[in-house]
Design a protein around this ligand. Structure first.
Ligand SMILES: Nc1nc2c(ncn2[C@@H]2O[C@H](COP(=O)(O)OP(=O)(O)OP(=O)(O)O)[C@@H](O)[C@H]2O)c(=O)[nH]1
Ligand SMILES: [Mg+2]
Length: 329
């Protein structure tokens, strides 16, 4: 998410006043004293207040409208930051910005109204304006801090395309999820930061008949029983419910992954329950090293599974595309 970070009040004001000084110094001096005083001092007020107001406006405008955000991102945002508090902070910023523009108009009006003989009165008006501007901006520090905390976290959300049809890959650790993603998407998967786990999401694109599908490996999220999840992780899983149109569930029948087959079956059942209505494609992986018995047990548990393994040509890609296309119709 592309959001600006707001400087602290002191830094914002320092730059605003410096810019104002510079802008007024750039103006050609007028021989007429009152004209000179009016021009330069109005410039100082305009430059300083516009600089501050534009920063504040950008923060308000760039923040996504929660009613328009894709449900996947909305859920992800809600589980990552406190949206209510952030909107309150932005509301405060917006109100103060409007006051700044009002006192700017006032101060400029007063300078414009000065008589010929009053050229020395312009500077004090600017000083007074600067004082009020400083006071207003300083009052914003808490809101700026709240907003920045949110913006920083939202900037780190994974960049996932919500307009592509998407399948997610689930299964216990070490079952071969990343290997399968790499095989299906050929290109090096993109890695994205992930708010809930120390692990990184892997995103790949599957191309089929000129169509592009998104495949996401979600390590740390759909790889162990749901009862072991905290509230935030559960929200993360809920977010993926909005995005996933099919789930590829990888099992390792050899137990090389370190998890008994039964546990893998249980996780499959849980995910099926959690993602009701979404097609799950079971994949029995590592068929190249699995024993005959292991394969038989796995096939019994997952009669419709796709068989995968090193050097095995499977029809997994087609199955995924079919599942996603069926969803489309
Ligand atoms: N023999 C064999 N080994 C495989 C196969 N697929 C994956 N592996 C191996 O299994 C190990 C785990 O594979 P990964 O693709 O990293 O598994 P993962 O599910 O992504 O693991 P996490 O990211 O830890 O959840 C690696 O050593 C792979 O080389 C396969 O089909 N056959
Ligand atoms: Mg992996």
């Amino acid at each position: 998410m592309n959001l600006i970070m707001l400087p602290k009040s002191k830094d914002l004001l320092d730059v605003a006043f410096r810019k104002a000084r510079k802008a007024s110094a750039m103006l050609k001096s007028e021989r007429n004293a009152i004209k000179d005083a009016k021009g330069k001092n109005i410039k100082r007020i305009e430059t300083s207040s516009n600089y501050v107001a534009e920063f504040l406006l950008r923060a308000c405008l760039e923040f996504p409208n929660m009613k328009e955000v894709n449900p996947f991102y909305r859920e992800l945002m809600e589980s990552t930051v406190d949206i209510g508090q952030t909107l309150k902070a932005l509301g405060h910023i917006s109100v103060e910005r409007r006051i700044i523009l009002k006192i700017k108009g006032n101060a400029i009006g007063r300078i414009k109204g000065l008589e010929k003989t009053e050229s020395t009165k312009a500077s004090p008006i600017v000083r007074e304006f600067y004082g009020r501007l400083s006071g207003l901006v300083k009052k914003l520090d808490k809101s700026i801090e709240k907003y920045n905390k949110t913006a920083k976290k939202l900037k780190e959300l994974p960049k996932i395309k919500t307009d592509l049809q998407t399948a997610i890959i689930a299964g216990y650790p070490n079952t071969g999820k990343s290997t399968i993603l790499g095989k299906l998407t050929k290109s090096q998967p993109k890695v994205a930061a992930y708010p809930f786990t120390t692990q990184k999401l892997e995103i790949g694109y599957l191309l089929h008949n000129y169509l592009k599908f998104q495949l996401i490996d979600t390590p740390g999220l759909l790889d162990r029983p749901l009862e072991e999840r905290n509230k935030i992780e559960r929200k993360g899983i809920a977010a993926f419910r909005h995005l996933a149109e099919a789930i590829v569930f990888v099992v390792d029948p050899t137990m090389q992954c370190g998890f008994p087959f039964e546990k893998q079956e249980n996780l499959f059942r849980e995910i099926k329950e959690e993602f009701r209505g979404i097609q799950i494609i079971p994949v029995i992986n590592k068929s190249d090293v699995a024993s005959k018995e292991e394969m038989e047990t796995a096939k019994k548990a997952f009669p419709n599974a796709i068989i995968e393994g090193t050097n095995v040509e499977s029809e997994l890609a087609e199955k995924i595309v079919k599942a996603l296309e069926r969803k489309e119709n």
